[in-house]
Design a protein. Sequence first.
Length: 368
Amino acid sequence: MTPDPASRAGAILEIDLGAVVANWRTLAAKAAPATCTAVVKANGYGLGAARVARALVTAGCNRFFVATLDEGIALRQALGPKPEIAVLNGPLPGSSEEFVAARLMPVLNDPNQIEAWSRLTTRGECPPAMIHVDTGMSRLGLSPMEFEASIEHIASIGAAFLISHLACADTPAHPLNAIQRERFLAARHRLPGLKAGLAASSGIFLGPEFHFDFVRPGAALCGVNPTPGSPNPMHQAVRLAARMLQIRKIDSGESVGYGAEHFMSRPGLLATVSIGYADGWPRSLSHRGCGWLAGTRVPLIGRLSMDLATFDVSAAAPAELYPGNMIELIGEHYGVDDAAADAGTIGYDILTSLGARYHRIYREPDAG
Ligand SMILES: *Cc1c(COP(=O)(O)O)cnc(C)c1O
């Protein structure tokens, strides 16, 4: 008999769709009466865009954002014709017709995209467009001057939504938040018929004056803390555990791993575990990450290899130390943001790097 895929997998990623739905409901309640949409770009921040979006449709979400046309086409196939899907990066030259075919709303970020879209809208039925006005991010979006020059054009192409994006929403005291809000208010004043949206995950927590008509969280749905420095109001949505392949005794003075950078200062027990940077577990966790084994913190020691990591399990309960048992790498003790802090990055990066080699298990939300 071949063992089932979960029992032979080197590492298992559990995705708790119930937690994602609970997070969406928390954010929707916070943003009400503004509508809560969902950003599922980059394959739903690594969790699986189709699975996440389908669970959110069931919970009542009916507007989604992705980054690229191909993400939009795939999501349209997964969700069917009904939910609205907007593509943040907008149409590349020559791709506008694909948006119409898949009924994707383009986010129009510059005068060329507006121009290309207007040529289509004169010919037939198109999904409504979203206009992105830059208010201080200087990344995508119409500059204030371009926006002013495009007002009449925008009104004529069936644009239905107006968005902008905050640069410092995770730092509530940052003065740019109020400046961006003022600029966004001014833009909305010029196009009062459009539904307006400014806040992503962290922006929702800046207060009702940032909510406008709709909000568009992504990372917070997946459990990343939208209020860094304060307790996380979101539920963890992923659990990652990797299997111990070998347990070994090691003497004081022996080195561990590539580069012989870690030396044992006392004899101990090591577990070699089936996870590495090829799984998207960041190599910058070398010497600094940790895992949890039945309630005991076990430090990652030495350099992380491509397919393997070494943990000092000397402190773990002996009964837990056998090949095949699993060390938890993301979970209740050590969340996405904790791993990110140790790796010198952000939770977004940890999630969107989650690898293709994990065996994935989806936990469906409870019915009702
Ligand atoms: C990624 C993105 C979002 C979602 O941001 P989160 O911080 O993940 O909530 C919203 N709007 C735009 C324009 C984005 O690029």
